[in-house]
Design a protein around this ligand. Structure first.
Ligand SMILES: [Zn+2]
Ligand SMILES: [Zn+2]
Length: 267
């Protein structure tokens, strides 16, 4: 069986010196490709280096995560553009988006931060549109604003994934109406995530993609521990039961969907 982790963060493993064993376990678990997702200028560089070192196994994206947007976002997003002239190239722009969850609760304090997040998101959506690349969206506590920005950007919704989809069927319906999609982490295996499971079933298999979002959000039975790409099959096994299909069939379809979304070859 062959799996792809469509969204993970590898910088922490590299810094701790555990990356070789993480990659070994991931291969042993049948996870053949990893998409290392960018969040800030430091991991863009790390991810590019890893994709250079492991060209058939690790692919990478670059994007300024909303939690890393500050007053110097314009400077950072300019340096981001340089990666598209390099080999190997990033396979998508992301993760980018809006995260209102961690902002101050007082609206006067939050308002200018939201303005910056929206401006950085808009700028990077325009870049993705210009390059014709897929977009990995991080959206937390800001669903309506995220959808509005993407609608306004003119980016093709078929190229948009709301990663770590953690909303319910209503939000999923809005993505589906537009031709977008959500991808699913270990959250679907959590006991209290009934609405997320409903959203996954509503979307169906046709666009389903799986991700660990390592090192965060380990699936059951590892909930609360450090997550790693080798845990991806636990999410797949759980969803195969939910969809009432064979695990091998779910692995094949999610692998195909992810290769197609990021325009990767299967070799
Ligand atoms: Zn995210
Ligand atoms: Zn992420």
């Amino acid at each position: 069986m062959n799996w792809i982790d469509s969204h993970c963060h590898l910088e922490g493993f590299l810094n701790k010196g555990t990356l070789p064993e993480i990659l070994k376990r991931s291969r042993e678990a049948g996870v053949s490709h990893l998409v290392a997702i960018g969040t800030d200028p430091e991991d863009w560089k790390v991810n590019h280096d890893l994709a250079t070192q492991f060209p058939s196994e690790i692919h990478y994206t670059v994007g300024l995560h909303p939690n890393h947007v500050d007053s110097s976002w314009e400077h950072h997003t300019e340096s981001l553009q340089a990666f598209f002239a390099l080999e190997p190239k990033p396979v998508a722009v992301g993760e980018i988006g809006l995260d209102y969850f961690r902002l101050p609760k007082e609206e006067p304090k939050a308002a200018p931060l939201k303005v910056n997040q929206r401006a950085a998101f808009r700028y990077q959506l325009a870049l993705a549109k210009e390059l014709g690349l897929p977009v990995v969206v991080h959206c937390r506590g800001a669903f309506a604003d995220c959808v509005a920005e993407i609608d306004d950007s003119g980016v093709e919704w078929s190229k948009v994934v709301f990663h770590c989809f953690a909303d319910g069927p209503n939000e999923m319906r809005q993505l589906m109406e537009r031709g977008g999609r959500g991808s699913f982490t270990g959250i679907v295996t959590f006991g209290n995530a009934e609405n997320v499971r409903e959203a996954a079933l509503l979307q169906g298999l046709e666009k389903l993609m799986l991700e660990t979002d390592s090192p965060y959000l380990a699936p059951v039975p590892f909930r609360g521990k450090s997550n790693e790409p080798s845990f991806l099959p636990y999410i797949g096994e759980y969803l195969a039961k939910a969809f009432e299909v064979e695990e091998a069939a779910l692995a094949a379809i999610t692998t195909r969907n992810t290769l197609d979304f990021y325009c990767l070859s299967s070799s």
